[in-house]
Design a protein around this ligand. Structure first.
Ligand SMILES: Nc1nc2c(ncn2[C@@H]2O[C@H](COP(=O)(O)OP(=O)(O)OP(=O)(O)O)[C@@H](O)[C@H]2O)c(=O)[nH]1
Length: 943
């Protein structure tokens, strides 16, 4: 059963393999090489073509039309030839998709290319009919052909495929395809017609893939289809009339595109129906309503097969599963939102990360991202498919489509991220026995001017520990004081940033940095609005409150009143039977400070279980961070659990690094920081944000990976925010104002010092108020992909000072068109950037009127809208020129000349005194008497 190979047949015929391959090519058979095998029908056709006897039994000589025809179709079905011819004929008319097959020349009408309806065509048709499929053939007409084709084709071919196919049905049918030259596969339309399919099937050729459309049609598969009973009749396609299919998704929606010439022919009209319409081949299909239409239409060439397959046989190809079909059907019935058809959901929950794009959503709900873009557009927002979209926008869109969009919170997302590294943040490892008491962390809040800062200073200065150590307290964002309670030395950590805003901002970032709130109320002023606000913030965070009634040294102080006032807000003093500690203090005299410390400790003991496992990789929160000259990024970390040590790899938000040094609140270097101890951490590669969580991980690599992922996520979230902010209105506003231009820079240097120095120097550049410079990121080390992505997203320029980009970063920069400038001398960097800034000074433009035209007539055109018949009354009117439409001297529209005609010809310019016809971009409401004024914005020299 071995199939003959090309070189064998070539030898048999007496030609070279190359010649035979060329001939096969002409016949539309794409065979890979001399050792490729050939299917029997092909062999037969080849022999015929070379005057040999047709050995194939199946192929009834009769059918085969002329030698010419013989070739192609044969592939598949020997018998088919004749039939196919018909098909081909039809094809001719149609445009050729791929057309490689052109070669088929032999076929009547030079298959594909030629639209010409070969004489053969007609004949062919007839043939088809016979097969049952006849009717369909309508193709001849060309467009309509499609439909017809399919049916016929299908039917015909299949049956014919006697040989190969089992039930081929009309086994005898000579190779239908042949004739028409344009084998289905080759024929662009084929898909629609179904011819293609068949052919493919028939062709079991190994090389099937080569066929244009054929790829899919594996021989075997084809066969399968054929056999199908239903299919056989030739109406294979017909059966499936399933309209649903036609409308393939996207196409369906749009559906109406006019059909391509080829495909559409007659059927076109219908084309609209199915998405198929659009496709060349497809078009035809739909009309038929037939089965094929559906498929073909939707998938385009390749798809065709599937389409047919269905009808005929097995859907094995798998082109479309039932589910897919179902989807298509759904889609077809999908409601139209703003003219866009998008399949709706059923209230399902779809989880999306913050900053997800429409493409992400589209993937999850199985629709085209482009449709979502359109739907969103109709909902009033313009975003691209890949742009990050704001949470609420996603939710609104989801609601519109009947999906419950769940935007995964940053906290959840971060938890998932850490989990992927087998890390867990926020929990102590081990059991009860591993836990040890830790100092409470306190935040001081209260109304403005009630003495928060003063109190924090007083507490710090009263710090016994500091005094004894002789250290100088350092403002590192937090400090610890010691106090003796019941004979025990107890520590308390104060966060040095007073105010509930900072407290809440951190909390909003998921950082639980405070155990107890000290609410400062000036005794002379009493409870004030921000006192209540602070109170509410503390309550919301479920943090116990200690009230410091301050300024009791003042004559006007009335501590009792404060107690009474706060009682009304639920803070009842212990002395009144409540459970809130009130302490009278004076930040000035130091009165009551020790009592305050004691109350804090007692409250912590009474209300909280402040314990942590000190023997685990440290976890905490960055409460402050900045870029220090010389030391690089410095972060003050409050350790929550575990003990932070020098040399450990840490990740802090999207920053990472290895702990190079730890400095306590007295400026002393320490080797480790246990729970609740604030320390400055040196060694990070970038500056984390306040509130970022900090954790020690196994190694630098893991730290970097986590940091990079967080960075990417943050960027996406930022883009989402930014994108939301940029409405058209705002854009216009910006344009109109044109006041400021900003040069965004990302600085990368070989050391924190040089980066600092560069930033410093840059900040001193001044070229006027119109332009400014902003460093949006800086760092030490090579320019990374992260830097480039940020630059691309922000349209920033990267300055590399004695550093180079990594290979990947360089490639990305190329791709994204990111400008990277390298310097090794700080002054040349400054000079160049200064020049760049000057170059950004907006050019000055002035408007110059070019011409006027008066509307004398308005012609309505279904194709172009309203066309203004004008007389140019001054200057010239140029196509594409900016234009205003004035009505009674009032500007009704500011647009441009979309098209311009003089008489019946397109014109680029029409001068004064001539008549012209024109249309305006996006403006249709033209009336007689309107005046169209064209103008140009001309750049003027700056002085
Ligand atoms: N007499 C007296 N004055 C105080 C006391 N505490 C603070 N002050 C004064 O009150 C004023 C405000 O004190 P701050 O510590 O700046 O108050 P704050 O609450 O931090 O103010 P903001 O930072 O503006 O919210 C300053 O002039 C302090 O000197 C105190 O106990 N007694």
């Amino acid at each position: 059963m071995a199939k003959p190979r090309v070189h064998e047949i070539a030898k048999e015929i007496g030609i070279t393999s190359k010649e035979l391959l060329a001939k096969l090519g002409e016949m539309g058979e794409y065979v890979r090489g001399p050792s490729s095998t050939l299917e029997a029908p092909v062999v037969r056709r080849v022999r015929e073509a070379f005057g040999g006897a047709d050995e194939t039994p199946a192929a009834p000589a009769a059918k085969k039309p002329a030698p010419k025809a013989a070739p192609k179709p044969a592939e598949t079905t020997p018998a088919a030839p004749a039939a196919q011819q018909s098909a081909p004929a039809a094809t001719p008319g149609t445009p050729e998709p791929t057309a490689p097959p052109a070669a088929e020349a032999p076929r009547p009408a030079a298959p594909r290319p030629a639209p010409r309806p070969g004489p053969a065509a007609p004949e062919a048709r007839p043939a088809t009919p016979g097969r049952g499929g006849a009717a369909p053939r309508p193709r001849p007409a060309g467009g309509s052909a499609a439909p017809a084709a399919r049916p016929s084709a299908t039917p015909g071919p299949r049956p014919s495929t006697p040989g190969p196919r089992p039930g081929g049905g009309s086994a005898p049918t000579p190779g239908p395809r042949k004739p028409g030259a344009p084998r289905p596969g080759n024929n662009p339309f084929a898909p629609a017609q179904g011819m293609g399919t068949q052919q493919r099937r028939p062709n079991n050729r190994p090389d099937g893939g080569q066929r244009p459309g054929a790829g899919a049609a594996r021989p075997g598969q084809s066969d399968n289809r054929m056999p199908r009973p239903g299919g056989t009749g030739g109406l294979p396609g017909m059966p499936r009339p399933n309209p649903a299919m036609m409308p393939k998704t996207a196409n369906a929606a749009i559906g109406s595109r006019p059909s391509r010439p080829g495909g559409g022919g007659p059927g076109r009209g219908r084309g609209g129906q199915g998405g198929g319409g659009n496709r060349p081949g497809g078009t035809g299909g739909p009309p038929m309503g037939g089965p094929m239409g559906g498929r073909g239409g939707g998938r385009g060439r390749g798809g065709t097969q599937g389409a047919f397959g269905r009808g005929g046989s097995a859907g094995k190809r798998g082109r479309k599963s039932k589910k897919q079909r179902r989807q298509e059907f759904d889609q077809m019935e999908a409601p139209s939102i703003g003219g866009v058809r998008v399949r709706k959901g059923d209230g399902q929950t779809v989880r999306l990360r913050r900053g997800a794009s429409l493409t992400d959503l589209a993937e999850k709900i199985g629709v085209e991202a482009a449709s979502l873009v359109q739907v969103l557009f109709h909902l009033g927002e313009m975003v691209t498919a890949t742009q990050s979209v704001a949470d609420d926008t996603l939710e609104v869109l989801g609601a519109e489509l009947d999906y419950n969009i769940e935007v995964v919170s940053p906290e959840d997302e971060d938890r998932e991220l850490l989990e992927s590294f087998d890390l867990e943040f926020g929990e102590d490892i081990g059991d009860e026995d591993d836990l040890e008491a830790r100092p409470p962390v306190v935040t001081v809040m209260g109304h403005v001017d009630h003495g928060k800062t003063k109190l924090l200073d007083a507490l710090r200065n009263s710090n016994v520990q500091a005094r004894e150590a002789g250290g100088i307290t350092q403002a590192i964002g937090a400090y610890q004081v010691e106090t003796e309670v019941d004979g025990n030395e107890r520590k308390i950590t104060f966060i040095d940033t007073p105010g509930h805003e900072a407290f809440t901002a951190m909390r909003a970032r998921g950082a639980k940095s405070t155990d107890i709130a000290v609410l400062v109320v000036a005794a002379d002023d009493g409870v004030m609005p921000q006192t209540i606000e602070a109170l509410n913030h503390a309550k919301a965070a479920d943090v116990p409150i200690v009230v410091a009634v301050n300024k009791v040294d003042k004559d006007t102080a009335d501590p009792t009143r404060v107690r009474g006032q706060l009682s009304e807000f639920g803070l009842v003093p212990e002395e009144y039977g409540g459970d809130t500690q009130f302490v009278d203090v004076s930040a000035i005299t130091g009165q009551g400070l020790e009592n305050l410390l004691e109350s804090i400790v007692l409250t912590a003991d009474a209300a909280l279980d402040l314990r942590a496992n000190p023997d685990m990789p440290a976890q905490g929160v960055a409460i402050e961070a900045h870029l220090d000259k010389g030391r690089g990024p410095v972060a003050t970390v409050l350790v929550h659990r575990g003990t932070l040590r020098i040399g450990e790899s840490i990740v802090a938000g999207s920053a990472h690094g290895r702990v190079r040094a730890l400095i306590n609140d007295q400026g002393q270097n320490v080797d480790e920081a246990p729970p609740s101890m604030p320390v400055q951490v040196l060694g990070l590669t970038s500056v984390p944000g306040a509130g970022d969580n900090v954790l020690v991980v196994d190694d630098d690599r893991m730290a970097r990976q986590i940091a990079d992922k967080r960075e990417a996520r943050m960027r996406a979230a930022q883009q989402a925010k930014a994108s939301r902010r940029k409405t058209l209105d705002q854009l216009f506003e910006q344009l109109e104002k044109g006041e400021t231009q900003e040069l965004l820079l990302i600085l990368k240097g070989d050391g924190a010092g040089s980066v600092e120095a560069l930033e410093d120097a840059l900040s001193k550049i001044e070229v006027g108020e119109e332009v400014s410079l902003r460093v949006i990121d800086r760092g030490v080390g090579a320019i990374t992909e992260t830097n480039v992505s940020l630059a691309a997203a922000s349209k920033a320029v990267i300055i590399g000072f004695n550093v180079r980009p990594t290979p990947h970063a360089a490639q990305l920069a190329d791709r994204e068109n990111v400008d990277i400038r390298f310097y090794s001398v700080i002054y040349s960097a400054i000079d160049e950037i200064e020049a760049a800034l000057k170059g950004m000074l907006k050019p000055i433009y002035a408007e110059e009127t070019r011409g006027h035209a008066e509307v004398r007539e308005v012609f309505r055109s279904s194709k172009f809208g309203n066309i203004a018949g004008c007389m140019v009354t001054s200057g010239t009117i140029r196509r594409n020129a900016k234009a205003r439409l004035l009505r009674d001297g009032v500007v009704v529209a500011d647009t441009s000349i979309a098209s311009l005609r003089r008489e019946k010809d397109d014109a680029t310019e029409v001068r004064e005194g001539f008549e012209c016809g024109l249309t305006l971009s996006n403006f249709n409401d033209i009336k007689i008497g309107d005046v169209i004024e064209t103008y140009e914005m001309v750049e003027k020299e700056r002085e």
